[in-house]
Write a protein of this length. Structure first.
Length: 194
């Protein structure tokens, strides 16, 4: 008989924890519009990302994509897949086969666990975008690279579109740090309004 009570207790604690996280996310949303947050204003000890992409704790903010914006979706609830929005309802991505492809948002999500596309934005809900990065991404379509999950992945491709000839970048966390420094903004991963 104590086992069902234990399960009930664990379920209650889990529900309270999730509720607290949801409330925290809502509080972040309310505070984000009070001040445009730049890294230089806040000092170097500020976190580079205010809101990470999450389908479970989704943001209320949705952002219109612009050419050169960085988009992402989830893979198996553990990893993120990134690409560059180039306009005309098109995302350029480095696929796991090593081929750089132009795909629709629906295709970008296909065979991935996430049901949402997120976009890197600032605290005012504006996409962080660079037209030159979009142009470089378009020029890479149909190129083939030796894809490697650790050394030559989608995050590396996205950053190369922003900063050609830059050092290797292989993690989503490092990509976020670079995006924040590049735009001098704290990054908010909001739903992409498609």
């Amino acid at each position: 008989m104590p086992l069902p009570l234990l399960w009930l207790g664990a379920a209650t604690v889990s529900a309270l924890a999730v509720s607290e996280l949801v409330q925290d996310r809502k509080s972040q949303q309310k505070l984000r519009h009070q001040k445009l947050r730049t890294l230089s204003e806040q000092g170097s000890n500020l976190e580079h990302v205010a809101i990470y992409p999450s389908s479970v704790f989704a943001t209320e903010q949705s952002v219109l994509p612009k050419p050169g914006a960085i988009v992402c979706c989830g893979i198996a609830g553990v990893l993120e897949h990134t690409g560059i929005w180039v306009g005309d309802n098109t995302i350029v991505e480095l696929s796991g086969s090593g081929l750089v492809k132009a795909v629709s948002p629906q295709r970008f999500l296909d065979n991935r666990s996430g049901g949402e596309i997120f976009i890197a934005a600032d605290s005012k809900g504006q996409a962080l975008a660079d037209n030159d990065a979009a142009s470089r991404a378009v020029q890479e379509i149909y190129q083939f690279y030796d894809y490697d999950l650790l050394d030559n992945n989608c995050h590396h491709f996205v950053w190369q579109c922003y900063q050609p000839q830059s050092d290797n970048l292989t993690t989503f966390d490092r990509l976020n740090t670079n995006i924040a420094q590049y735009f001098d903004r704290v990054v908010y991963w909001d739903k992409c309004q498609i």
